[in-house]
Design a protein around this ligand. Sequence first.
Ligand code: SF4
Length: 352
Amino acid sequence: MKDLATFLELFPEEVLAKAIDLGFPEEALRAYYGVNLFSWLHSRLEKDPRKFSDLPKAFREFLSPHFDDGPFTEVRHITASDGAKKYAFRCKDGAWIESVYIPAGKRRTVCLSTQVGCRWGCRFCYTGKMGFVRNLSTAEILEQAYEIIRREGKITHLVYMGMGEPLDNYEAVLRSIRMLNHPKGQNIGIRRMTISTVGIIPAIERLMAERLQVNLAVSLHSALPEVRAELVPAERAYPLKRLVPLLQRYYALTHRQITFEYVVIPDVNDDMRSARALARLVRGWDCKINLIPQNIPSASSRERKDIKQRTHSFYRRLLSLGITKVTIRFSRALDVGGACGLLGSKMVAGPP
Ligand code: SF4
């Protein structure tokens, strides 16, 4: 059995136990083997154990038959007119997943997928239309970032905002966060990582117990429960009246400001009543709102202009209600289907 994926998912101390499991003599192992192997895989991003030059030849030869090229059989990418790139990876079971690389000045962000499909079916989301297929493994999550780093160079920020609900794949996502943060790996600060969620309450409670300073971005899209339930079906399972107090506790504990993502959908969630409800929800505590003009791939330029104008009007409504921590976020990679809600729309990848 090929074990690159397995080794990639192991912290240095776990590597040794795995090597013993696979038959390497325990008395010949040294603690530094685990640290060095981790560093080759996660910092230098080398997949061929024959090149792990600071490990003894006997250990490298032992490892070789257990390694292959990683969890993907094909990598494609397409560059958007704004310089962002959408990447598509074919997994060993044939499933395609997508990530987005977003350069902006010194900031280099990668948006990662965590599942094939998603069970939540948010109304404006292409991934949601696929239904849930499966969770990604830790290796599949990590290698999206690593394949992009191999091609684009170091990255500074990570957002778990691609295909899937990250908190439905809790173990693999948390393991990938800790590995990407590891000083012997990419050493990306946890405060530079963001998990985007519809608000899975038990998972957020669990995350609080981890005491990690990871940022949370919550897909809100309406502060009116009946409207939100139409847009984000998770509202029925995890209603705002329970979610918001929990997020306030998350903020108090981690001091990481919560971001509410709000896709502005004309005539659905951009009226004055919606603005008032949103103002009530955010007033009096430290959180911010990202307004995102709805992305409709088939929209004409006139329709796009109209959506932008409606987003600006909604923004002004919020300002008039005294809400100032609000920004309009124009999606990147829109023309290649890499923008919010468009991953899985098969503009790069997918079965023919
Ligand atoms: S927006 Fe997120 S949670 Fe909702 S269907 Fe899409 S991937 Fe799933």
